[in-house]
Ligand binder design. Structure first.
Ligand code: PHE
Length: 440
């Protein structure tokens, strides 16, 4: 079967980075880091990304390219009967993540509107908190925006791999970086910001707990889009002449840097305005408007910020949808259009209880968590780590020669490759299982 291909190496890196960089880095990282004590969390997050994260990203890309197939097909082709289940689970996780991701993506659209109307341009913590909570607990509004977000994602995916994803990533991701730098400078020059900076950068390893390790690991995999077949699917569109090590190093570096910048952007401001660092999922949405309110041309910056956040979220949601669509197309022999429509409809439906669980359905909980929190917890902290272990075992033990052939053609076995094999064979399974068991 002939598959579409990326237009260039740069296009591939940007698309993979576009998948990785998104709400995970800009919305989730700051509040998870803040609730986990700052500095030490950042350090552990970085460490996991650079070791196990790198090994698994390389492994995924190599699998996809070697098998030239989607997340399910790659496991089947290279591993035989028992393994497609790992791929299936990954596709399912993508679907689950996408459902609550789209709800949060919808919030960014709503905040573009609130920036345009100027209603959030204040430094009053109470007004900002009330606005955010009033909005996400509303039974109707967030659902409309969730539908809009899912519709936008669908439109991009129907445009085909190259046109849709590459073009979007190429121009707008650099713009996001520049804007974040401007906002960091503004935030850091606010009185009181230094406490936030210290909180974010000073590691206090006395604060390391089991929960923190699980959170750091979950966030590392979430933010790098690992363990669900995204990088397998994207890898299957890569030509043989593209070196995978360099590409994945770029993707990881860009993602880690975005997380770091997002932390620098949000946390000093949180302290400067005296907000609560453990405010949870609302942190970025509550803090950034206060920063805009203190800037010349703040409204313009607010609109720009939420527009770029939307784009970052879209390039990630596109990858979530693409993985599921690609698997559904190949496995059920459906045309792209029908597969994309079906999956989007399912995501929209599942997003409804997720969104309502933050408001009128708050009482309905399982293990003390509403649907939204449950989807987030089960995917990031349980299914993704388990998927990673299986992926690591598959790459390190079952198909290593194939992966080695992809990563270093011609029978070479450089040091970094041996380290990767060690990470996949031993470090990843032991570390991930250890953290999971410790937490239980
Ligand atoms: N990495 C994306 C983000 O941080 C989310 C994502 C997770 C995308 C898993 C694809 C797969 O926003």
């Amino acid at each position: 079967m002939s598959r579409s291909q990326w237009g260039s190496r740069l296009g591939f890196i940007l698309a993979a980075a576009g998948s990785a960089i998104g709400l995970g880095a800009i919305w989730k990282f700051p509040y998870v880091a803040a609730t986990n004590g700052g500095g030490a969390f950042l350090f552990i997050y970085l460490l996991i990304c650079m070791t196990v994260g790198l090994a698994l990203m390389l492994g995924e890309m190599a699998l996809g390219r070697a098998a030239n197939s989607n997340a399910v097909g790659s496991f089947r082709q290279l591993g035989g009967r028992a393994w497609p289940w790992v791929g299936f689970t990954g596709v399912l996780v993508c679907f689950l993540i996408y459902s609550f991701y789209s709800v949060v993506g919808g919030w960014t659209i709503a905040y573009i509107g609130k920036s345009l109307s100027g209603s959030i341009l204040t430094s009053d913590a109470k007004v900002l908190g009330d606005t955010f909570n009033g909005f996400i607990t509303d039974p109707v509004q967030p659902l409309i925006y969730h539908g809009l977000f899912a519709g936008l994602t669908l439109a991009v995916v129907l445009g085909g791999v190259q046109k849709g994803i590459e073009n979007l990533s190429k121009f707008l991701m650099p713009a996001l970086f520049v804007l974040m730098l401007v906002l960091i400078v503004r935030g850091l020059t606010l009185p009181g910001a230094m406490d936030g900076l210290l909180y974010f950068l000073t590691p206090d390893f006395g604060k390391v707990t089991g929960t923190m390790l699980v959170d750091a690991m979950g966030l590392a995999f979430f933010s790098l889009s690992l363990g669900m077949g995204v990088m397998i699917t994207y890898g299957s569109y890569v030509g043989r002449d593209t070196p995978l090590l360099g590409s994945s190093l770029w993707v990881i570096a860009l993602t880690v840097m975005t997380c770091f910048l997002a932390g620098l952007m949000v946390l000093p401001a949180v302290f400067a305005f005296g907000f609560d660092p453990s405010a949870g999922p609302g942190l970025t949405f509550i803090t950034m408007p206060a920063v805009f309110a203190q800037m010349a041309g703040g409204q313009l910056f607010a609109v720009l910020f939420f527009c770029l956040l939307l784009v970052a979220a879209l390039t990630s949601s596109v990858s979530l949808l693409e993985v599921v669509v690609s698997a559904v197309m190949d496995e059920f022999k459906l045309p792209r259009r029908r597969a994309a429509l079906l999956v989007s409809a399912g995501v929209f439906l599942l997003g409804i209880p997720a969104s309502l669980s933050l408001g009128i359905w708050r009482e309905y909980t399982v293990f003390g968590k509403g649907v939204f929190d449950l989807l987030d917890y089960i995917t990031s902290n349980l299914l993704m780590p388990l998927g990673e272990v299986l992926l690591a075992v598959f790459v390190g033990w079952r198909v290593w020669p194939v992966v080695q052939g992809e990563l270093a053609p011609g029978g070479r076995n450089p040091l970094w490759l041996r380290a990767m094999r060690g990470f996949c064979r031993y470090l990843a399974p032991v570390l991930i299982l250890g953290i999971l068991v410790h937490n239980l």
